[in-house]
Structure formats: C-alpha cells, structure tokens
Design a protein around this ligand. Sequence first.
Ligand SMILES: [Zn+2]
Length: 168
Amino acid sequence: MAARGGSNIKDLDRSLVYSAEDLWSKALDRGGIVNFFGSTFTLPQQRVFGDLSAMQRTVDFWMQAKPLQLQFPNLAPLVVRGRQGERKAHYEPDGVIAIPLDQSWACRESVLAHEFAHHCSWNPDAPAHGPAFRHALVAVAECALGVEAALLLRAAYDGAGLEVTHAS
Ligand SMILES: [Zn+2]
C-alpha cells in the first residue's frame, strides 16, 4: 500500500484508490458471475498465498510476462519479504515488496498486484497512486487475473472518478 521514498509530491488520490481497490478485491474474493452494465461475465477468484515463496514465484512470473515486459521494459529485480509487526504491505523503490504475513488479507493476489504496480510505475516525481500507477495496475491485473478482472478494476476507478492514463 504505502510506498516508502523521499518524494515531496502529494499523493492526493490515495484513499480513493484504496477504497476502489477494496471493492475490486472483495469481488475477486467471491469470483463467479458478475453483471456489468447489462452484460454478464465470469470473474476469477483471486488466489490467497500460503507463503513468501509462492508470492516470489508469482512476482517472478509477472516479470517474465510478455505484455508487461513490453509496457514496462527493464524492470529491476524484485524481492518479496515478510514484514513483522506492521498492518500494511508496502513497496520500497529499491525493489522490495514487504508483506505482513500474519495478516491474511495481505497475502492476496490483489495486494501483491498493487505492490507490483508500484514497481512498474515508480517515479519519484509523480504521485505514488496517480494515473500512471493506476494504468500499471490495470495492466498487471489483466496479466495476472484476466481481462474481466482488469475491466472491473477500471470500472471501480471510473466509479470513484479516478482517471487512468495510457502512457506511464
Ligand atoms: Zn500503494
């Protein structure tokens, strides 16, 4: 969630982004048939990871995914580690995702995708959860969970009045 770094840029959209993604993540917990503006589609159920190595393997897999490599070339290596005594997951710009393993909600695919999107879109001169970040998470969601999940995320951002850019 929070990203550590020396940026002075105000992250004005953060709480709206969190609540939009919270709705999205709850829909992914349920999975199944979703009615979307009059058409229906099947949403996958997101994975809940049992340990750090499962999360590391998933991140490594995303790093190798062609559509993400094309959009976010030359990503630096990324390490997933546990975080003790904290409630939130976070991203460190030197290439670390820290996950509080004792918080079961934090070991979800949507949380890992959020932190991975920070890695794809990190720019100290832009807000951490701004349009470029949201664009990155939609791309990661499509790769990780499929087009339906990406569409629903985009709709959740839309519903919150949050713009998604195409260029990062
Ligand atoms: Zn974040």
